[in-house]
Ligand binder design. Structure first.
Ligand SMILES: [Zn+2]
Length: 74
């Protein structure tokens, strides 16, 4: 079974808030500053298979770098 990564994690170009976007969409409006941007113009920081995983990734990205050096068990 092939599993597609359906959600992408990007950063809003204006306020730098992480955004979870559906990869089927072409654009997204920032939940924070209401700026609309094209998804394909921005670097994709991470992929996730569902919204739950996407939120976990965003939480991790927001965390200060203390967690980054720790070995990670998922
Ligand atoms: Zn924004």
């Amino acid at each position: 079974m092939t599993e597609r990564k359906k959600f992408w994690i990007l950063k809003c170009p204006r306020c730098q808030i992480h955004q979870i976007v559906d990869s089927r969409n072409k654009s997204k409006t920032c939940s924070q500053c209401s700026r609309r941007f094209d998804i394909l113009d921005l670097p994709i920081l991470a992929h996730a298979k569902d919204a739950r995983e996407a939120r976990a990734i965003v939480a991790e990205l927001k965390m200060p770098r203390t967690a980054a050096s720790e070995p990670k068990v998922i």
